[in-house]
Design a protein around this ligand. Structure first.
Ligand code: NAP
Length: 277
């Protein structure tokens, strides 16, 4: 297993399971539950979901997948900015706990920044923490200046993670957000680690994968896993593809591979605005 140490000293799995677009009424929901359970069996014990996904139906699917296994899982959900007021956060968290059939979240994120003052949302997160409903809180889609503002509000420095778009094809955060986060010991949760699937058939990745006997998807995830403080949350509805993704835990990329990847997917040469989907 690979781990990322949070600000609090707790270690969390560096490779987890995304759930966007899961549980939304497709006929293979049993297969999707099997995919999530397969991930847990393979050590991918962090599950990322959100109240937004399928209007709570993704959370409900996760609730079924973790039934009887709750204590194994580091469970992450997100509150919408439209629910980020003092009362809204508490109510949204209660709804998420209900969908997930659990009594607490391990990490609760503000999905993206809205109009509610950050201080109000943070205070609500801290109330949830005191009440045992969440163990940690964080944010998502926050750029470096958002993170500076957050650090300046009361308890703002208790933020443990920022979930952002990060993959080989979108390396902009390496310029500023990533060093800033590493300095503050705030974990980066890399969403769309496979570029929403667009990276999996990249011929250059497939070529590197062939040298190691793995797929291009496995290479893309292994690249993220060698970045300090980064947690990757690939999503797959298929147990076979979850196995392929879990193989990234055993793949060590050498200097030659990393140089080839930098050549194929160059790092940023200057600041850019934060990419998001
Ligand atoms: P992703 O994980 O980069 O890619 C998912 C796509 O890749 C799906 O189409 C999946 O298809 C396919 N796939 C997965 N493993 C594969 C493999 N080994 N071989 C071939 N295809 C594979 O994209 P994502 O789902 O958008 O992002 C991951 C998670 O990040 C989300 O599920 C969500 O939890 C989170 N997220 C957060 C935000 C935010 O604003 N905070 C935004 C976007 C995403 P199958 O399912 O059919 O395998």
């Amino acid at each position: 297993m690979r781990w990322v140490e949070l600000l609090t000293g707790e270690e969390v799995p560096a490779l987890g399971l995304g759930t966007w677009k899961m549980g939304v009424g497709e006929p293979d929901e049993a297969g999707q539950i099997d995919a999530l359970r397969t991930g847990l069996d393979l050590g991918l014990k962090l599950i990322d979901t959100a109240e937004m996904y399928g209007d709570g139906r993704s959370e409900a699917l996760v609730g079924q997948a973790i039934a009887g296994r709750r204590d194994e899982v580091f469970l992450v959900s997100k509150v919408l900015p439209s629910n980020a007021s003092a009362k809204g956060v508490i109510a949204a968290c209660e709804r998420s706990l209900g969908q997930l059939r659990t009594d607490r979240l391990d990490l609760y994120l503000l999905h993206w920044r809205g109009h509610t003052p950050l201080a109000e949302t943070v205070e609500a997160f801290e109330t949830l923490k005191r009440d045992g409903k969440i163990r940690h809180w964080g944010v998502s889609n926050f750029d470096p200046s958002d993170m500076e503002e957050l650090a300046a509000v009361p308890h703002g420095k208790a933020c443990v993670a920022n979930q952002v778009l990060y993959n080989l094809g979108d390396r902009g955060i390496e310029w500023d957000l990533m060093p800033q986060s590493q300095e503050a010991k705030i974990a980066i949760m890399a969403y769309c680690p496979l570029g929403e699937g667009n990276l999996v058939n990249h011929p250059g990745l497939a070529e590197i994968g062939r040298r190691h006997g793995v797929s291009g998807a496995t290479v893309a995830l292994a690249w993220l896993l060698q970045k300090p403080g980064v947690i990757a949350i690939p999503k797959s509805r298929s147990a076979a593809r979850v196995r392929e993704n879990a193989a990234a835990l055993d793949l060590g990329l050498g200097a030659e591979d990393l140089a080839a990847l930098d050549h194929l997917f160059p790092p940023p040469r200057g600041p850019s605005s934060l990419a998001m989907v």
